[in-house]
Design a binder for this molecule. Structure first.
Ligand code: G1P
Length: 298
């Protein structure tokens, strides 16, 4: 039985939704409270059993490599000041083995994944996108988002994409699946459609940035066909793969936070900050005050 040990994290996107904040800083480094968004993704990969991660970077993304590297000057400074708590937090990011490859032109998600093909070789692998953070309740037995897909892969040895339901008026922002049959949370799929026009989506099951693939996906990414938005789309290659081998969809457990757009990003920040030991309580009081003051003015 094959399992999944390697993962690709595409991080070469231009981050236009967050301009001008992302003019000189990668969007993956935007912090949710005190950790950059990409750290949540790397953490999910590791907790799912991934041993080797390759991040596909692009122009202006050096800060990501620096983040997952040791910063001896900073570490030395924290040791001298006996700030051991902070030192531990800072070092968490640098204790994982991460590899990097550059996508030389911004040709889309499918192309970014294709750039990592030599690192993957002839093995099944995972892909995690940074626009969605998935948080699960481990105390209720929920497994990390990607782990749930890997467990399914171990049963079926087939490619599988993570989906969740979204409101109908949001389907045009995602890749959407057309389900045929369902068994538990796993769907057999007839079609995968990237960003369907409003009112034309085959269902409200949207692809949520977690994938497990057999290496045959590269046969279709090799063709480099241009799809929606003038880019090489991963969803189009999935659709072609599904014609020769089943690609399942799995409605995974857990709460998904959309950090790929402004409002979602702010909501995620507030929710995670409210849970934060250091600032949660103060923030709660502040928010109540703000809401009350606003109610008085209206
Ligand atoms: C990408 C994928 C899309 C998926 C989405 C999830 O789109 O192409 O299929 O539903 O991520 O976040 P993007 O948001 O990069 O345009």
């Amino acid at each position: 039985m094959k399992t999944i040990k390697k993962a690709i994290i595409p991080a070469a996107g231009l981050g236009t939704r967050f301009l001008p904040a992302t003019k000189a800083m990668p969007k993956e480094m935007l912090p949710i409270v005190d950790r950059p968004t990409i750290e949540y993704i790397v953490e999910e990969a590791i907790e799912s059993g991934i041993e080797d991660i390759i991040i596909v970077t692009g122009k202006g993304k050096r800060a990501i490599e620096d983040h997952f590297d040791h910063n001896f000057e900073l570490e030395d400074n924290l040791i001298k000041k006996e700030k051991f708590d902070l030192l531990e937090k800072v070092n968490q990011a640098s204790n994982v083995d991460i590899h990097y490859i550059r996508q030389k032109e911004p040709k889309g998600l499918g192309h970014a994944v294709w750039c990592a093909r030599k690192f993957i070789g002839d093995e099944p692998f995972a892909v995690l996108l940074g626009d969605d953070i998935v948080r699960v309740q481990e105390d209720k037995g929920e497994k990390p988002g990607l782990r749930q897909l890997i467990n399914e892969f171990e049963k079926t040895q087939s490619s599988i994409v993570g989906v969740q339901q979204v409101p109908e008026n949001e389907t045009h922002r995602y890749g959407v699946v057309d389900p045929l049959t369902v068994e538990g949370r796993r769907y057999k799929v007839s079609n995968f459609v990237e960003k369907p026009k409003q009112g034309t989506a085959p269902s409200n099951l949207a692809i949520m940035g977690r994938y497990v693939f057999t290496p045959e996906i590269f046969d279709f990414l090799d063709k480099q066909q241009i799809g929606a938005g003038g880019e090489i789309q991963l969803t189009d290659a999935i659709q072609m793969l599904n014609e020769i081998q089943s690609v399942y969809a799995y409605d995974f457990e857990g709460k998904r936070y959309d950090v790929g757009e402004k409002l979602g990003f702010v909501k995620t920040t507030v929710e995670l900050a409210l849970e934060n030991e250091e600032i949660g309580e103060e923030l709660y009081k502040y928010l109540v005050e703000k809401v009350n003051a606003r109610n008085l003015t209206y």
